[in-house]
Design a protein around this ligand. Structure first.
Ligand code: SF4
Ligand code: SF4
Ligand code: SF4
Length: 257
């Protein structure tokens, strides 16, 4: 039932088809960028960029060797962002995606602090800002379609399937050789729905390798409860916002508006 993706970085050629497909499917804006001495473009994830390819260069025998890394939300199995959201705007769905409901969000940005991979981004430039991140193409999955980035990839870098099948495929490839002995996401943050294989150490590729192997919600919750006054205020505002939204929705459905 729960879907998962194995990103095999040894297969990525850095074409950025996934990056473009994600923008197109999610109707996110593109912005002019500048040359900064790197092929990574844009520079990082943003409220308009749910996924991008990082170009990592190393010199081997006097020549450049590239590794291309696809970054996006890892859809943690027990997500810290979900656990700290006071109004359940973020939800871990049974099919794998961590989804976001902007009509519930009160903009507290706890999710941004809690995420061990710094994934959720805020629309700072917008007068009515929402949190933005990859949602694992939840709507496409619900229709039996592949995520847009997975479907577009010309090299099969992303292996999509049932979580057990994807985990088994990762172990099978690892046993065959040609990779560093680590499946990133198998244990990080208690396990994630997107996992990675690579031929170079993940630390050298800019992955966060100090992330706890325990699920993070108990830790983040402990931290949050150390600021009870702020949390109480945020919770009260969130509850108020939710009540107002629900009232408006019900009124609309009942034809009173
Ligand atoms: S990577 Fe971050 S935003 Fe994505 S599910 Fe995990 S905690 Fe949430
Ligand atoms: S900003 Fe606050 S309310 Fe909105 S999704 Fe993040 S934690 Fe939830
Ligand atoms: S799963 Fe969908 S939203 Fe996430 S990176 Fe791929 S195309 Fe973008």
């Amino acid at each position: 039932m729960a879907k998962s993706v194995l990103v095999d970085l040894t297969r990525c050629i850095g074409c950025r088809g996934c990056q473009v497909a994600c923008k197109a499917w999610n109707e996110r804006r593109t912005r002019p960028t500048t040359i900064r001495g790197t092929f990574t473009n844009p520079e990082r994830l943003s409220s308009d960029t749910y996924t991008f390819i990082r170009f990592v260069e190393e010199e081997v025998q006097g020549g450049p060797v590239w590794t291309f890394i696809k970054d996006q939300c890892l859809h943690c199995k027990d997500p810290a962002c979900v656990s700290v959201c006071p109004v359940a705007a973020l939800v871990k769905t049974p099919t794998g995606p961590v989804t976001y409901s902007h009509d519930r969000c009160i903009g507290c940005r706890y999710c941004m602090i809690a995420c061990p991979f710094q994934i959720p981004k805020y629309e700072w430039e917008s007068p009515l800002p929402w949190v933005q991140k990859c949602d694992f193409c939840a709507e496409r999955l619900a229709e039996g379609m592949l995520p847009a980035c997975v479907k577009t990839c010309p090299t099969g870098t992303m292996f999509f399937g049932e979580a057990e099948e994807v985990a088994a495929e990762a172990e099978r490839r690892l046993a065959k050789g040609g990779y560093v002995d680590h499946i990133y996401g198998k244990e990080e943050a208690g396990g994630t729905s997107w996992i990675y294989l690579a031929s170079r150490p993940f630390a050298e590729l800019g992955f966060r390798t100090q992330v706890s192997k325990r699920p993070l919600p108990p830790l983040t919750w402990e931290y949050i409860t150390h600021i009870p006054a702020i949390f109480g205020l945020v919770f009260a505002v969130g509850l108020g916002a939710w009540v107002v939204t629900r009232r408006d929705e019900v009124a609309e459905k009942e034809g009173r508006r």
